[in-house]
Design a protein around this ligand. Structure first.
Ligand code: ATP
Length: 274
């Protein structure tokens, strides 16, 4: 029981304003979402419906946030799953779960009276990896089922289904997924630049008491190559340091210790996994 799509309960409404940096990705995504928003116009012009959008980029850069914001922007229901949920020992189970995921999305949209549903699949490379001479038969069935479901999406159906998938390893994807009529919009989600980092820090500082002398711009400069998820961690760790010192406000000292901690944590992770 449960199966794909059970992560639905994680959803909270989220807007593009709560995503820091990523200006280009947001703009490209909003443009692509016009396909759902301006549905009538698209039909009248005879434009092929958009079935899938692929978000690719390093971990923790906001791909999941973008998919959630896309659902809010288009007033769609949001159903999420991860590629690894479809990997099963028994042949056919993964394919069944894909069917179930699409069925759930349609049912949920009907129940909530919405005209569209966004299905988000994280780690798509787990099911959509390149096929290598029949070695992974079970994955093949799952991928084939996904392709079948995508081919079954038409512009005039109700509810409209849009699939958004995310991957850290776009080069691993089977070409069948990248053909026109499948995931034919690709959006790169990159590590934030300094301005983006400051924006993200400010978003995660909103609910935190900062000392008036604390300098997030300097944190943004120091946190070179940090992802959004790491920047969120910096703000959280800084608050924990303040708590340990029994201080009511977060100061530069706490922020500096937090940067070191997040940087060091990453390094230790890398040393133990490689
Ligand atoms: P993965 O590839 O590992 O699944 P992801 O790109 O989907 O990662 P998210 O799950 O969207 O990353 O981000 C994880 C967390 O990091 C978010 O819940 C948020 O707290 C923070 N975060 C990441 N990117 C941003 C951003 N651009 N703006 C604000 N917060 C961010």
């Amino acid at each position: 029981p449960g199966g794909a799509g059970r992560s639905e309960s994680r959803i909270a409404p989220l807007s593009f304003d709560e995503i820091g940096g990523q200006e280009r990705a947001k703009k490209e995504l909003v443009e692509a979402l016009d396909f759902l928003v301006k549905r009538e116009q698209i039909e009248k012009l005879g434009i092929r419906p958009l079935k899938g959008i692929l978000l690719s980029g390093p971990p923790g850069t906001g791909k999941t946030l973008l998919a959630k914001a896309a659902a809010q922007h288009t007033d769609s229901v949001y159903v999420a799953a991860s590629g690894s949920e479809f990997v099963e020992m028994y042949v056919g189970v993964g394919a069944g779960r894909i069917r179930e995921l699409f069925k759930n999305a349609r049912a949920k949209a009907k129940k909530e009276n919405k005209s569209s549903a966004i299905i988000f699949i994280d780690e798509i490379e787990v099911i959509g990896g390149k096929r290598d001479g029949g070695q992974h038969r079970e994955y093949d069935q799952t991928l084939n089922q996904l392709l079948t479901e995508m081919d079954g999406i038409y512009g005039n159906e109700s509810p409209r289904i849009l699939l958004i998938a995310a991957t850290n390893r776009k080069e691993m994807l089977d070409s069948a997924l990248l053909r026109p009529g499948r995931f034919d919009r690709h959006i790169e989600v990159t590590l934030p630049d300094k301005k983006g980092r400051l924006h993200i820090l400010n978003i995660h500082a909103k609910n935190k008491p900062l000392h008036e002398g604390s300098d997030l711009a300097s944190v943004a400069s120091q946190a070179f190559n940090f992802s959004g998820a790491q920047l969120e961690s910096v703000m959280n760790e800084a608050a924990i340091y303040a708590m340990r010192e029994n201080e009511a406000l977060i100061t530069n000292k706490h922020l500096t210790m937090a940067i070191d901690k997040v940087m060091l944590g990453e390094r230790t992770d890398r040393e133990t996994t490689h």
